[in-house]
Design a protein around this ligand. Structure first.
Ligand SMILES: Cc1ncc(COP(=O)(O)O)c(C=O)c1O
Length: 398
C-alpha cells in the first residue's frame, strides 16, 4: 500500500530538537526513530475521535491526548463553556465562584470527597496528597503502586533522602506491602498511594479492600490515583467501581476533557491540614479548566458517557480478538473496555504494529482509550485498519 507522507512532521521535529529537549514536553510523546516513515510528530487539530497532523493526514485516535480527551476533541459544549469564560477572564486576584461550584459537585459524586482543591497537573496533585499525608500523620514513608507523575519519584535528580522515603511496590501483591511495612515499621508509614494497573485491573476487587484494611490497621492514609480511572471506569473512578473509599484521591485527565485541571480531594480532617502543609499555586483556581469541568460534569450527568466508553471499548476488544483469531494470531486486549491494553504474541514488536496502524490512519499505543466521540462506525473502521496492520506485521515481521 502507498505510504502517507509525514515529511513536514519530521522537518518540524528537526527544528524542535534544536530548541526543545526531546522535541516534546511529555516523554511518551517523543517521536520514535523506528517509526520515522509513519509517525506524525505534530498534530494540529482534532474533532471528535479524529485528529489531523501537520502534513494533513487524518487519524482515528485511541491515545486521546494520553487519556484526558474522554468526550472527544473540540467537544462543542466544553468549547462553548471555555469560550464563554474566556470573555470574563482566566485568573483573578481573589477566588472565583466556579471553585465552589465545581467542588460542591465533586463532593456530591465522589465517595471520598468531603473537601476539594484544584491544581493543574496530575503529578503535582499526587505530590500534594503525599505532602498532606505526611503533614497529617507526622510520618515520612510512602508505599506507592503505579505511576504518579514525575514529581519526587521519577528519574535522576531526586535527592537520596527523598527517594528513601518511597517504596514502589507491585500491583496486586498485598504480601509485598506487608513486607515493606515490616521493614519500615508501621509507625513510619504515612500513606499507601495506588494507581490501578491496566491489564490486571480486576485484581482490584481483592487488592484495594486489602489495602483499605491495611491502612486502617496501621493508621496510614489511603490515596487513590484516579487520574486515568476517574470519569472513565466510572465517574468516580476506581473507588466507585470497586466500592472502596480511600482517604484522599486525585482526578485529572477525564474531568475536564483535556483542558488542564487536576483536583485532590478527600477526608475533611486531612484536607484541612493544607493550611499548615502549604500547597498553593497561582493557577490552582484557573477558571478555564473549571468551566470545562462544569460542562463535562453536565454531560456525564445528562448522558450515559460511561456506558458508551464501556460499549465502544467492548466493541474494540471483541472485534480485535475475532480478527486475530480469524488470522490464527494469539492477540487480544487485557483489562477493562474503557482502558484496554493490547497484548500481541511473544516476539511481535508492538512498535511495528503501531507503525502499520499509523500508516492506515489509526493512532494506537500500549493503552487504548475509547472516547465518547468514537461511534460504532469509527470503531469498525479502526478495526479494519488494525486487522490489516496485524496481517501485515505477522506476514512480514521486522
Ligand atoms: C496514573 C497516572 N498518575 C499520574 C500521572 C501524571 O499526571 P500528569 O502527567 O498530568 O502530571 C499520569 C499521567 O499519565 C498517570 O497516568
Amino acid at each position: 500500500m502507498s505510504k502517507r507522507s509525514v515529511e513536514k512532521s519530521w522537518e518540524l521535529h528537526e527544528r524542535a530538537i534544536k530548541v526543545v529537549p526531546m522535541a516534546t514536553q511529555t516523554h511518551s510523546k517523543a517521536p520514535r526513530q523506528a517509526l520515522r516513515e509513519v509517525e506524525p510528530c505534530f498534530l494540529v487539530r482534532g474533532d471528535g475521535c479524529r485528529v489531523w497532523d501537520v502534513d494533513g493526514n487524518e487519524y482515528i485516535d485511541f491515545r486521546n491526548g494520553l487519556g484526558p480527551v474522554s468526550l472527544g476533541y473540540a467537544y462543542p459544549s466544553v468549547n462553548e463553556a471555555v469560550a464563554r469564560q474566556l470573555q470574563d477572564g482566566v485568573v483573578f486576584s481573589y477566588s472565583h465562584p466556579l471553585e465552589v461550584e465545581i467542588a460542591e459537585r465533586l463532593v456530591d459524586i465522589i465517595p471520598c470527597a468531603e473537601r476539594v482543591r484544584f491544581l493543574k497537573t496530575g503529578g503535582e496533585a499526587m505530590a500534594a496528597t503525599h505532602r498532606l499525608a505526611r503533614g497529617f500523620t507526622g510520618r515520612d514513608h510512602i508505599l506507592t503502586c503505579g505511576y504518579h507523575g514525575w514529581v519526587n519519584s521519577m528519574g535522576k535528580g531526586v535527592p537520596t533522602p527523598t527517594k528513601s522515603t518511597y517504596t514502589a511496590l507491585p500491583w496486586g501483591n498485598i504480601d509485598a506491602f506487608q513486607t515493606a511495612i515490616d521493614a519500615q515499621g508501621a509507625d513510619n508509614i504515612a500513606a499507601i498511594s495506588v494507581a490501578c494497573d491496566y491489564a490486571g485491573v480486576e485484581q482490584g476487587h481483592q487488592f484495594l479492600p486489602a489495602l483499605r484494611t491495611m491502612c486502617d490497621r496501621i493508621g496510614a492514609v489511603l490515596i487513590f490515583d484516579e487520574i486515568v480511572m476517574g470519569f472513565r471506569l466510572r465517574r468516580a473512578g476506581a473507588q466507585e467501581y470497586f466500592g472502596v473509599t480511600p482517604d484522599l484521591a486525585v482526578f485529572a485527565k477525564g474531568i475536564s476533557n483535556g483542558v488542564p485541571l487536576s483536583t485532590y480531594l478527600g477526608r475533611a480532617d486531612i484536607m484541612d491540614a493544607v493550611e499548615k502543609v502549604v500547597i498553593s499555586s497561582t493557577f490552582g483556581g484557573d477558571t478555564l479548566g473549571l468551566a470545562a469541568a462544569g460542562a463535562v460534569l453536565d454531560i456525564y450527568e445528562q448522558e450515559d458517557v460511561i456506558g458508551e466508553l464501556w460499549a465502544r471499548g467492548e466493541q474494540l476488544h471483541t472485534g480485535f480478538a475475532a480478527l486475530a483469531e480469524s488470522q490464527g494470531v494469539e492477540a487480544n486486549f487485557a483489562g477493562l473496555p474503557p482502558v484496554g491494553m493490547l497484548q500481541l504474541p511473544d516476539g511481535v514488536d508492538r512498535l511495528q504494529f503501531e507503525g502499520a496502524c499509523l500508516n492506515r490512519g489509526v493512532i494506537t499505543f500500549s493503552v487504548y482509550y475509547p472516547s465518547y466521540s468514537h461511534s460504532e462506525a469509527d470503531i469498525d473502521e479502526a478495526l479494519g485498519a488494525m486487522g490489516a496492520a496485524l496481517q501485515q506485521i505477522m506476514s512480514d515481521p521486522a
